[in-house]
Design a protein around this ligand. Sequence first.
Ligand code: CP
Length: 320
Amino acid sequence: MTSFEQANLLDLDTYSNEDISAVLETAEAMLPILQRPIARVPTLRGKTVAMVFSEPSTRTRVSFELAAKSLGADVITIVNSGSSIEKGESITDTVKTVQSLGANMLVIRHQASGVPYLAAKTLDIPIINAGDGSHAHPSQSLLDMFTINSELGEIKGKRVVIVGDILHSRVARSNIWGLTKMGATVVLSGPSQLLPSHLQEITDFQDRVSTDSNLDRAIEGADVIMALRIQKERMTSMCMPDIREYAQLYSINKNRLGLANPNAILMHPGPINRGVEVSDEVAYGEQSKIQSQVINGVATRMSIIYLLSGNSREVPIGQS
Ligand code: CP
């Protein structure tokens, strides 16, 4: 029986191709559970998954909550408003308190890069990074890879164009790690002030990453176009693009989508700035997999919670 060796999910730099494949295969096995009239198994009955979200979230928080509940776990959620974070309690004290209250796993989002690593050093329960500053968002990357696999059959050999605010994007960083490990090539595109060249160097597979600020050229022959949100909340005036000009040069519209492979898919981690990163016409068009990403997020996060709880891939889910 193969056990899952990873203790935490902090980013995908420490995950091997086999670890990522284990998460994606287990997520596939979770989908039928979600299609049952009562989408719940008793696998994690008696366990508590704590969520500490000190930055706004809709998709990640709700899908982790649904994922934990579908596996039979109890869930406690702490957001800034109404918690002692508002009174100035440090994040270290908050997560220690959560563990003392009986949490068996912690899912954490924080505006400061590195906070999930601090939690992993402080606590002795599995830690899942649900997004830390501009650093990493590994569960988003795993659900993105699950979606690419489902829609295109495999990740290996695919040309993935990630376009937009690369500078501030934790989604881009985790996807550079994950996609290149799984054999895809990644082209980063966006206005030059939002397109740092050093990101090519974060992966062990540097020959699989390139940058091109000319989106029309980058998109030719793409299998996947992943548009990113312009993160106004993280911009300084130095790097904030003119939104109208940005939309003209980088918004994914029908004409631009036509430059990609005919069966190319459009993705976006959400939330979308409508009309800025993608036109309404393509956001809800046939090639858009944005809603599938949301649904796949629950199965993928069930897989992550299940594997980090010490479950083996081979144990029939729901019978462990
Ligand atoms: N994609 C993503 O992280 O969305 P939320 O901020 O809504 O969780």
